[in-house]
Design a protein around this ligand. Structure first.
Ligand SMILES: [Zn+2]
Length: 261
């Protein structure tokens, strides 16, 4: 059993051990106790914000490259759009259609309830969908495992009611994970899907900068995280799809069968 699997099984004991160590150090040299607590909380915080560390759960972040590592062209990648459907969904769908490219949309249940026509269009045009929570509230990661699980199920039911399809993957809002989310995801039976290439399209308003950031990191096996609501995303999407085509990369749909950690 490695440190991560031990931590997952005994999270409360790990917290108590950290507190005990800090308490002991406090009587020897008080600043050391503070350093231990700050370091421990920092590690937990970084792990919560970074699924790649897999501290709380196993997140899938790649697909098979589909090409020899040394190959300059070829292979496969996956485009994913979070928080859909939004006001930007129709424009993104039109661009994908023009380039004959399929993507995976991680659906927010409340957004789908507000724009059922767009969810049906996503599904009708052959794109894959995943569950991205029902409410997508900032406070969701602070809720209990039972509440988070109920939220996941509400999203799935909403998608099923509107589009007649059931999502088989889950991507946590904000990419935040913690013990409660890990327990809810495990109970949902859905694999947790992360990404290997975060575009930061919600925080990069300059198109040339965003495109260059993605293109520099683009390689076979990548799962790219985008959103369809920032104004900048449809601005760079045609050029990104042209670059993907130039490199002879295939865009494939995400599914539980194709996911790799
Ligand atoms: Zn999101």
């Amino acid at each position: 059993m490695n440190v991560i699997s031990w931590f997952r099984r005994h999270t409360v004991i790990a917290h108590l051990l950290a507190c005990l160590l800090a308490l002991l150090l406090f009587f020897v040299w008080a600043p050391a106790a503070l350093i231990v607590i700050v370091a421990y909380v920092s590690v937990l915080g970084v792990a919560s914000m970074n699924m790649a560390l897999n501290l709380y759960l196993d997140a899938f972040r790649h697909i098979p490259a589909g090409a020899p590592p040394a190959a300059d062209t070829g292979g496969q990648i996956a485009l994913s759009f979070d928080d859909s459907p939004t006001d930007g969904t129709a424009q993104v769908l039109a661009i994908l259609k023009a380039h004959k490219v399929k993507a995976t949309f991680f659906i927010v249940g409340a957004h789908a309830a507000a724009r059922p026509d767009l969810l049906r269009q996503i599904v009708h045009e052959g794109h894959a969908i995943g569950n991205h929570s029902h409410c997508h509230e900032h406070t969701l990661p602070m809720r209990s495992a039972a509440t988070i699980l109920a939220d996941i199920r509400q999203c799935s039911h909403t998608i099923q009611d509107i589009a007649g399809v059931t999502p088989h993957m889950y991507r946590p809002p904000f990419g935040v994970v913690n013990p409660a989310i890990a327990r809810a995801v495990a109970d949902s039976g859905l694999p947790c899907v992360g990404w290997s290439l975060r575009s930061f399209d919600t925080a990069t308003p300059r198109p040339e900068r965003l495109l260059s950031r993605i293109v520099r990191r683009l390689k076979p096996g990548a799962i790219i995280l985008l959103h369809d609501y920032p104004a900048v995303t449809p601005q760079i999407l045609p050029a990104l799809l042209q670059e993907i085509e130039r490199r002879n990369l295939s865009c494939v749909l995400l599914s539980p069968e194709i996911l790799q950690s």
